[in-house]
Design a protein around this ligand. Structure first.
Ligand code: NIG
Ligand code: FE
Length: 406
């Protein structure tokens, strides 16, 4: 990649306000105005200005800009939108992972290990861990990330995790209802979550989420989940749900009924769940890195697509069920293991994630939208699934310049 001032660069000292990104062999816009779901353009260019897309089209018709970045025949896609992560935590659970690979089942019990390590870490430690993870995901092409709390599980600790998350993203989610902490009475904990904990966390949160799972003794049933979501809504938060991860259960139906933006996991669905999703306004966010890392059956993406359900793909990056921040890995798994086409998977990892966050400024490259671009060291988007495990994707900075490799 080369960056050169164009002949019309303003005189020395003037700030650069627009960048022409050219040499794009294939541009995925997700703008149906260009045809098809992905809105593909070949031999394309993009002008970015003040953090927004100013122009998109064939390179031959590109307008002049203050500066020019030549990508030399690479593909450009909208930056990935990772709409489900748990990035604020300390410690790791590699031993739990190894035990699982030796045959043990996942039931959410290991979350307590992360809660202990996270509570013991001071702000500076958590901030440094979070910064490293943010750099890691940008280096793999992610430009928007949602971050949940859920490893504090007390009023002060949940609020602390959300304050730290809000330093790096606007997409913060209060997940005090992750599990009932060991030694705490269930109904007392629920009262705490929907009362003082919600009050302390809402100012730092855009969303509320709940781990609704009948198959986990640590998580919440349908009635408990409804109480959490309704309280969150009264506090002005949007709704998200962890549902149907380990077994069929009430999570999906509840999410649709309450108009949640997204219900996540959706691994075990009944026909009624699929019908409800198809008729409702809730995105199904699939997290195949979890099935990979817990050696579980994958969700049936084809069934959802055939029913017309909007799908997002996200990492769920967390120390228990998927310690990967890689959206390209998720795309490769969705294609190889869940029957999605490369185009469907890429759409779900970008525009689908934007829909799951109810955002229309990201996930699409069109004039006026955010200049969130990822460049691939490859000529087409097909390589995301075709070259699994090879680090071909990285985010461009908002001014159109290539981010350094890590
Ligand atoms: O999305 N399902 C619940 N929460 C996380 C796992 C958290 C953990 O095991 O630490 C998930 O898979
Ligand atoms: Fe999760």
């Amino acid at each position: 990649m080369t960056t050169t001032p164009a002949s019309r660069t303003p005189a020395g000292g003037m700030p650069v306000t627009s960048t022409l990104v050219t040499g794009i062999a294939e541009l995925v816009t997700n703008d149906p105005a260009h045809g098809g779901r992905l809105g593909l353009l070949t031999d394309a260019a993009v002008v970015v200005s003040r953090g927004e897309v100013a122009w998109v089209g064939p390179a031959a018709r590109a307008p002049a800009a203050d500066r020019r970045v030549d990508l030399h025949g690479r593909a450009v896609v909208p930056g990935f939108v990772d709409a489900h992560t748990h990035l604020v935590f300390a410690g790791d659970r590699a031993a739990e992972f190894a035990a699982r690979m030796a045959g043990e089942r996942y039931d959410g019990g290991g979350i307590a290990t992360t809660v202990a390590a996270t509570r013991a870490a001071d702000d500076a430690t958590l901030r440094a861990l979070l910064a490293a993870r943010m750099a890691e995901l940008r280096a793999q092409g992610t430009t928007t990330v949602e971050i949940k709390s859920g490893y504090g599980l007390s009023v002060a600790e949940e609020a602390r995790l959300l304050r730290l998350a809000a330093e790096v993203t606007g997409e913060t989610t209060f997940l005090g209802a992750h599990v009932v902490p060991a030694g705490v009475d269930r109904s007392e904990y629920l009262e705490l979550v929907i009362g003082p904990m919600l009050a302390a966390c809402a100012p730092h949160s855009r969303w509320v989420d709940v781990f609704c799972e009948s198959a986990s003794p640590h998580a919440f049933d349908g009635d408990e989940a409804r109480a959490v979501l309704e309280a969150g809504r009264r506090a002005g938060l949007g709704l998200r749900v962890h549902g149907n991860q380990l077994a069929p259960g009430p999570g999906v139906a509840l999410a649709v009924q309450l108009g949640a933006a997204s219900v996540d996991h959706c691994t075990h669905l009944t026909a009624a769940d699929v019908d409800a999703l198809a008729a409702g306004h809730t995105v199904a966010t699939l997290l195949p890195g979890v099935e990979f890392s817990t050696r579980s059956p994958y969700p049936d993406a084809r069934r959802l697509l055939d029913a017309g359900v909007p799908i997002a793909l996200a990492t769920d990056c967390n120390p228990g069920t998927c310690y990967s921040s890689s959206m390209p890995l998720v795309i490769a798994l969705a294609v190889r293991e869940m029957g999605m086409t490369p185009a469907e998977a890429l759409w779900s990892a970008t525009a689908g994630g934007a829909a799951a966050l109810r955002r229309d400024d990201i996930g699409i490259l069109a004039p006026g939208r955010r200049a969130d671009l990822a460049v691939l060291d490859a000529p087409t988007h097909l390589h995301l699934a075709y070259r699994p495990g090879v680090p071909i994707a990285r985010a461009l900075a908002g001014d159109g310049t290539p981010a350094p490799r890590r």
